[in-house]
Design a protein around this ligand. Sequence first.
Ligand SMILES: Nc1ncnc2c1ncn2[C@@H]1O[C@H](COP(=O)(O)OP(=O)(O)O)[C@@H](O)[C@H]1O
Ligand SMILES: O=P(O)(O)OC[C@H](O)CO
Length: 499
Amino acid sequence: MKKYIMALDQGTTSSRSIIFDHDGNVVATSQKEFTQIYPKAGWVEHDPMEIWGTQSGVAREVLEKKGIKPSEIAGIGITNQRETTVVWEKSTGKPVYNAIVWQCRRTANICDDLKRRGLEEYIRNNTGLVVDAYFSGTKVKWILDNVEGAREKAEKGELLFGNIDTWLIWNLTRGKVHVTDYSNASRTMLFNIKELKWDEKILKELDIPTSMLPEVKPSSYVYGHTDHETFGGADIPISGAAGDQQAALFGQACFEPGMAKNTYGTGCFMLMNTGDKFVPSKNGLLTTLAWGVDGKVEYALEGSIFVAGASVQWLRDELKIIRDAGETEYLATKVQDSNGVYVVPAFVGMGAPYWDMYARGTIVGLTRGAKAEHLVRATLESIAYQTRDVLEAMQDDSGINLQALKVDGGAVANNFLMQFQSDILNVDVDRPMITETTALGAAYLAGLAVGFWSDKSEIANKWSVDRSFTSTMEENKRAKLYKGWKRAVERSMNWEEEE
Ligand SMILES: Nc1ncnc2c1ncn2[C@@H]1O[C@H](COP(=O)(O)OP(=O)(O)O)[C@@H](O)[C@H]1O
Ligand SMILES: O=P(O)(O)OC[C@H](O)CO
């Protein structure tokens, strides 16, 4: 009897594996951080072999932890940091270069060139995305243009491209399956989300051979089975895949148009389900595919914030003023306010709604009395302010005023942040019982494909709230604080100069 679903959650800073039971409860978790590679300012890479090594390692470890047999797993759901680009050799499975991470800014000049050539509108209308170094398309071009011999091999059909979902499925099946799902495809800037196919015009403009691209499939679908050697003899169906932010939208049961969630991880990503409609944004949001389920695709509006929890890691790893992320809550509440200090964590430029590849981080409002606690508090507050920026854009684009925002991700453990978030939005913030909604969403997608769960309504019934945060801040104060944030953002924009 199959009792469980396994989710593989390959995030920006760690690989996680979580086992869920039929009630959607977490049975066991295993997690491993991996190396962040910063070869130059603004560049970010990962080692694809380390990604595979940590991810397959935690998958085996989580089974061992509870003595669960692979044969008890009904299906595996994959969810992943999106946009991060791997190119590898078809014959050997060897990457030709490190994975270029979504945060990496190295292709800003390729993007500027696309803009100069007047392609911005075409790209926005057909992929739903803004032209930015964030997405995979220009990263693939960079690899083909800069890695010796890569372009010739690609043209001979010897190289494959994939985001992390594709890379993991390729390895789990030992090179048998080269696929992606609609949600991940929609983040490449190469996929036409209206026609649901790879966009020939963009591929031509970026000089990317079609033979490198994975086949695009639904998000709840049996792509293949684990190879015998990967899971000690078991052929487990790999039956779900979605980009981590879309998976979180699914895990939060945001199945109806107008339902939204915000995930606080390395970055912060707010997505609103817009049903079967491609809703264009006039406020700097993205239009993206939420998933392909039940024989159709659904769309979402997205506000992507590049740095959220990562700024807390910066306090820990670079400034060394905290030892662990959890300490920030205590330190932030030791002071009344941020003492006029604003931190704008534009470490890798600014995403929605500003889209400035040349913005860089800044701290403003320092006085002689500014203490470490103020800096910690201002860092947490910056996460909430950025969220307000995208919420305002989203309400305007969708014409829907949110009554409550569902939240999830590692940083929602921080009660100060959640309260300040509600205060600065003047919207209730609902934290669910299970905050591992990214993994849960992937598990649901996988479970639906193999009949472990029957339909979306069965899943929707499992969602329950842990704690609701309601604003207690006066409107005057809210407006004053937010005005200061907008001024601070202006100071950080257009800072880095093109080489
Ligand atoms: N109590 C906390 N307060 C603030 N930030 C936190 C807290 N706990 C974790 N974080 C932040 O949350 C992030 C981890 O969340 P997670 O959802 O695992 O991210 P990801 O999937 O992007 O790797 C880290 O960037 C970390 O700094
Ligand atoms: O790894 P996370 O959770 O920060 O998510 C990264 C996003 O998918 C990038 O688009």
